[in-house]
Design a protein around this ligand. Structure first.
Ligand code: AMP
Length: 416
């Protein structure tokens, strides 16, 4: 079922959103992107005559009630965003009374799902090494089903619009879907957009395809790099991982961030790229600092000839040129992770060069997907958000999808 096909008139829809918004010490929202992201879905259901039961998690309360993470704090801003007074159910597992009162056009928000350990389905207060852990896990999984069934009992249909948690098999993101037949569960608009964006990158590739993987470490990106190796024409590896590659090839990297236990992995990646005909672009030169700070002294040198006492913090001018070249001619672009410590203005040139080349390629007709918190922050920092095709809201979920993993939240609805 799709959200556009379903007839919401007179129906109660339980919608999993990602309202895990950052709050300041007074409980005020500091960034409402996630709320705005869910509005098309929520408004559509109301416009079509449905009633809404909104559910979300906030923070990591670890299965316990925690007033600082109460969704009550965001009832007012959500009411304002929706233009409808939102009522609140303070106990998400005992909300029958509030649900019974709901009329078409009305909205009820449930309290933070993660106040119940059943939401995540992981046993609490017991160590993984404990011999009783497996039994506790089994028991919690059974309780998770009961919790999901209770949530499902509130509504006629289930909509999942929480891409940020789609890679988790939680009660509200996946298990609940077992209690609705295929005609009564669907993805929300945000989820549809995210899933289509990944589809474009993985299965609807216009060539050349350039992927840019940056950030601090190769170890956290290896799954994606492996999957992309079978798909891309150009693979730019930048940021901190540059120095693991430089050292693996016999270079000196001074104090640069470097994963000494991943040197062989780096050599394997270089070999695999050669075998597969992938143009691997790793920055030859770096801007180095004499400390990890914006006001560090700077030198530019080869990425494999960094003197002791210095560390590579950004891509050098030659590297930037090579990155831009591999990006500008591309027709499909994926960017995850900055090309340097972009948070320091003095070491942001590499990330800026990448962002500008991605924007230019997009102007010329490329499809560009930006994902992962830091590259999204880069695009915003350089004011280029309107010149890329799609900015994903998902961190872990996006990365797992690009690794080629099936996301439980999507599979639960699409039955894949
Ligand atoms: P990740 O979470 O792995 O995508 O890493 C993002 C972080 O990597 C950002 O905070 C960057 O500051 C950092 N980063 C990028 N390049 C470097 C570098 N050369 N040395 C240290 N950190 C870096």
């Amino acid at each position: 079922m799709t959200i556009d096909q379903f007839d919401f008139a007179g129906k109660k829809a339980i919608v999993r959103v990602d309202f895990n918004v950052p709050l300041d010490e007074n409980g005020n929202i500091t960034d409402d992107t996630r709320i705005r992201g869910a509005l098309p879905t929520l408004k559509h259901i109301l416009d079509k005559g449905g009633a809404l039961i909104i559910m979300s998690h906030m923070g990591k309360p670890k299965g316990k009630v925690n007033a600082k993470m109460s969704l009550k704090q965001i009832v007012k801003p959500v009411s304002e965003a929706l233009g409808v007074e939102v009522s609140f159910a303070p106990d998400c597992a005992n909300a029958e009374k509030e649900v019974a009162l709901l009329k078409p056009g009305q909205v009820l928000m449930l309290e933070n799902l993660r106040f119940y350990p059943e939401e995540e389905g992981k046993p609490v207060g017991i160590d993984k090494e404990d011999p009783a852990y497996e039994a506790a896990k089994k028991e919690m999984k059974a309780r998770q089903k009961g919790f999901a069934q209770t949530l499902a009992s509130y509504a006629d249909c289930y909509v999942n619009d929480a891409f940020g948690t789609a890679h988790r098999r939680h009660a509200s993101t996946a298990v609940i879907a077992d209690y609705f037949d295929a005609d009564h569960k669907m993805l929300g608009y945000l989820m549809e957009k995210e899933v289509n964006a990944v589809e474009n990158i993985l299965n609807n590739i216009k060539r050349p395809f350039t992927a840019i993987m940056g950030g601090s470490k190769v170890s956290t990106k290896i799954g994606i790099i492996e999957n992309l190796m079978n798909k891309v024409d150009n693979l730019i590896l930048c940021g901190g991982m540059t120095y693991t590659f430089a050292k693996a090839q016999g270079g000196h990297v001074g104090n640069s961030i470097c994963e000494d236990d991943k040197l062989q992995l780096a050599l394997d990646i270089i070999k695999e790229a050669k075998e597969k005909g992938v143009n691997l672009v790793i920055g030859h030169d770096s801007v180095c600092g004499d400390k990890f700070a914006n006001d560090a002294q700077q030198i530019v040198c080869e990425s494999g000839e960094i003197p002791e006492g210095w560390e590579g913090l950004d891509a050098g001018p030659e590297s930037r040129k090579a990155f831009a070249e591999a990006i500008k001619g591309a027709k499909t672009i994926l960017w995850n992770g900055p090309a340097g410590v972009f948070e320091f203005d003095n070491f942001a040139a590499g990330s800026r060069a990448v962002a500008e080349a991605v924007a230019e390629a997009t102007d010329n007709g490329a499809y560009s997907l930006i994902g992962g918190g830091d590259s999204v922050a880069c695009v915003h920092k350089f004011g280029l958000e309107d010149r890329v095709s799609y900015i994903s809201t998902g961190g872990g979920a996006l990365l797992e999808a690009i690794e080629g993993k099936v996301l439980p939240g999507v599979a639960a609805i699409k039955g894949e």
